[in-house]
Design a protein around this ligand. Structure first.
Ligand code: NAI
Ligand code: MG
Length: 359
């Protein structure tokens, strides 16, 4: 009998509740098939929390997340709250929850499913075999550096500063090496060490940490070159680790290799095994409430949770195999369907994946 794992479930706004409901079906079937035990607790977050509790991130929600082993999040936000003051906006809650939970890295796998190769703008032969993961530092760099305006001789001037300390670089480097060691053993560390001092420190620390991982092959790639190589030879990458802003840009670039935002999972991790798992997409207000959303990104986020937080590789692999099988059989939600008239609904897609896991 395995121990009971606690999962905080936050459906959020827009299509959030629809896609999370499908992931919960998958959670249930993995209990039946693999004998794992989960206890879920639902919490309010984002727009719905603003409406019901007057804040995007109620203390109660944070308590539920902190007492859980992992968090599954749908998506938050929508036009209804867009004109609210900053502290009453759903995105403010997103930054707040990451900070409060000590999450310092964001992981985005980009996997090209064979049968969806045509959905990308790149040539199928370039994409063949692409299965990479971008590990982005989340707490430092230019986004969080000191910012100010001043008068210069040529008029008003704006300044953003970029800072990284050894501790911040070391913890993410270690995490990336650990992830690479469990995959194909290749790590690309991306920086701009030819011009940036923070990048020179980044590289020094990565090299130092690499001594502890002799089985991981390390390459240093300059960020501009990495942007090109991602389009030229995506399948040659295994794990890419980089600082906050480079990671923001490169992870979006990598995401487009796969074709649809409805397929992309993500994890945000801190120290230890704790993690927050969510689809990359937002609340998609344009299609909310119509059963049109693709639940695969959220279901694959659950698979990531099984692998990274719980070490349930069998269940993670079974979910991923079920998704591939359902896609191979030709089933599509409208975002990935060529013939939209044959598209299936959110819950039909969830049910097919559940059935494939059960087999
Ligand atoms: P979005 O990702 O919600 O939607 C972009 C486009 O992709 C839309 O046309 C949408 O219909 C489509 N799409 C997204 N997910 C899909 C899925 N699972 N299946 C099928 N189609 C899908 O991004 P957008 O429109 O920029 O933002 C909408 C709201 O979501 C905003 O309020 C934004 O702030 C919020 N947002 C929240 C995020 C989060 O909760 N982590 C992340 C990104 C945006
Ligand atoms: Mg971005």
């Amino acid at each position: 009998m395995s121990e009971v794992k606690k999962i905080a479930v936050i459906a959020g706004d827009g299509i959030g509740p629809e896609v999370v409901a499908e992931a919960e079906k998958v959670l249930k079937v993995t209990e039946e098939v693999f004998g794992y035990k989960f206890e879920t607790e639902h919490a309010l977050f984002g727009g719905i929390a603003i409406d019901e509790k007057g804040t995007p991130l109620p203390t109660e929600t944070l308590d539920i997340c902190k007492s859980a082993d992992a968090v599954l999040l749908g998506a938050v936000g929508g036009p209804k709250w867009d004109t609210n003051p900053k502290e009453l906006r759903p995105e403010t809650g997103l930054l707040g929850i990451r900070k409060a939970l000590g999450l310092f890295s964001n992981l985005r796998p980009a996997v090209v499913f064979d049968c969806l190769k045509d959905a990308s703008t790149l040539k199928p032969e370039v994409l063949e075999g692409t299965d990479l993961i971008v590990v982005r530092e989340l707490t430092g760099g230019i986004y969080f550096g000191e910012k100010f305006r001043r008068q210069s001789e040529q008029g008003e001037e704006a300044v953003d500063t970029c800072a990284y300390n050894v501790t911040e670089v070391e913890r993410i480097a270690r995490q990336a090496f650990e992830i690479a060691a469990k995959r194909r053993g290749k790590l690309a560390s991306v920086d701009k060490a030819n011009v940036l001092e923070t990048s020179r420190l980044w590289r020094e620390v990565v090299i130092r940490v690499s001594a502890d991982y002799p089985n991981v092959e390390l390459e240093h790639v300059l960020v501009d070159n990495c942007a090109m190589q991602l389009l030229r030879r995506p399948s040659s990458f295994d794990v890419i680790v980089t600082e906050n802003m480079f990671g923001d840009i490169l992870s979006d670039e990598a995401a487009m290799l796969t074709g649809s935002i409805g397929m992309l999972a993500s994890a945000s991790l801190g120290e230890g095994s704790y993690g927050l798992y969510e689809p990359v997409h937002g609340s998609a207000p344009d299609i909310a409430g119509q059963g049109l959303a693709n639940p695969i990104a959220t279901i694959l986020s659950l698979a990531l949770m099984f692998r990274m937080t719980f070490g349930y590789e069998d269940a993670a692999a079974a979910i991923e195999a079920a998704v591939a099988q359902v896609l191979d059989a030709g089933h599509r939600t409208s975002d990935i369907a060529v013939d939209k008239s044959k598209a299936i609904s959110t819950s039909e897609m969830g049910d097919l994946i559940v059935a494939a896991i059960r087999k």
